[in-house]
Design a protein around this ligand. Structure first.
Ligand code: ADP
Ligand code: MG
Length: 328
């Protein structure tokens, strides 16, 4: 593909994240449907070109657990990244729509993410750095793939100061300033899996272990139900719903303090668990616990965890993910 902005027809707004937005587009010369991520980069032309060069590594990433890449280009003042469109969206949207996700499906999510992380690291020495439900995508064929991994050091630097929204999946060692390693991604995976299985972000006021978070305005769920343009007229209702669901607006006053408290909590308190004990299979509880060892030296790598009993069970299971993906 030789991608040019003129050849991409906007079809639908898919969502907004830190420093960017994603649209469903059609590449009209080839009738290919794609997801186009637009990242606003406030950087010198030389840096922007460097980012573009670094992104080309994505052309060499081929795995059924990784979103495929069509290409990237500069469109002043943005960088546009075109990737495979996943028609069922991200897992955060899915659980918010259908509720807590069945633990056997969550097992397959774990398997897919571990396979994707192992591929990225073993083949390309890439650490993902942003594992969370909104970066795990699903399509109507029942495939589960990860996106938005940190291929470009310059891109990571350029958007580093917008870290607030994603900080909540960050491992204790990262919060304390240690180097990023594949094990930090494993922590983020553990938090994400609990969120999917419980149907809510695990650090929350309804969690009895988190009583010291109870005077927070909300659950610190990092979701940003950014209203789509079409839903603008419903903005008030959305605001009310957000309050009802105890989501928190990052713009709200006092939110910074809450985030700092959350980071402190992650560092100082015991890691979250699949609760209540006994509700989920023992192997699932054990897997999540081993993702969430606070000491990264004790925590395993994605490759090691592919041998875990719960993951072996997911590999052997005959669950029909395509049928599951077509229930919503
Ligand atoms: P975040 O991941 O922090 O939510 P992003 O800007 O990366 O922010 O993505 C915004 C939303 O766009 C995601 O939550 C996801 O639902 C959707 N999205 C991203 N990439 C794709 C894709 N390739 N196919 C379908 N939906 C996507
Ligand atoms: Mg994303």
């Amino acid at each position: 593909f030789d991608l040019r902005n003129e050849d991409l027809k906007d079809l639908q707004e898919l969502g907004q994240g830190n420093g960017g937005s994603v649209k469903k587009v059609e590449h009209t010369p080839t009738s290919t449907i794609m997801a186009k991520k637009i990242v606003l980069i406030d950087a010198k032309p030389s840096v922007r070109k460097q980012i573009l060069r670094e992104l080309q590594i994505m052309h060499d990433c081929h795995s059924k657990y990784i979103i495929s890449f069509y290409g990237a280009f500069l469109s002043d003042p943005n960088i546009c990244i075109c990737m495979e469109f996943m028609d069922k969206g991200s897992l955060d949207g899915i659980y918010k729509q259908i509720g807590a996700i069945d633990i056997d499906v969550v097992g397959h999510v774990a398997l897919a993410v571990l396979e994707g992380l192992t591929y990225l690291y073993d083949v390309h020495r890439i650490i993902h750095r942003d594992i969370k439900p909104s970066n795990i995508l699903c399509n109507s064929q029942g495939q589960i793939k990860i996106c938005d991994f940190g291929v470009s050091g310059e891109l990571i630097n350029s958007i580093a100061d917008t870290f607030v929204g994603t900080s909540t999946y960050m491992s204790p060692e990262r919060i304390q300033g240690a180097q990023y390693t594949v094990k930090s991604d494993v922590w983020s995976l553990g938090i994400s899996l609990i969120e999917l299985a419980l149907g809510r972000f695990p650090f929350s006021e309804s969690d009895p272990d988190d009583s010291d978070l109870s005077d927070f305005e909300g659950t610190l769920s990092p979701s940003r139900p950014g209203p789509l343009p079409a839903a603008k007229s419903k903005a008030d209702k959305a605001k009310k719903d957000r309050r009802k669901s105890k989501g928190v607006s990052l713009q709200g006053g006092g939110m910074m303090m809450s985030i700092l408290e959350l980071l402190q909590h992650i560092v100082n308190e015991p890691a979250p668990k699949l609760i209540p004990e006994g509700r989920f299979p023992k192997e699932a509880e054990d897997f999540v616990d081993s993702c969430l060892f606070k000491d990264p030296d004790v925590r395993k790598t994605p490759k090691d965890l592919l041998q875990h009993e719960w993951i072996e069970k997911a590999k052997a299971s005959t669950i029909d993910l395509k049928a599951w993906a077509n229930t919503f």
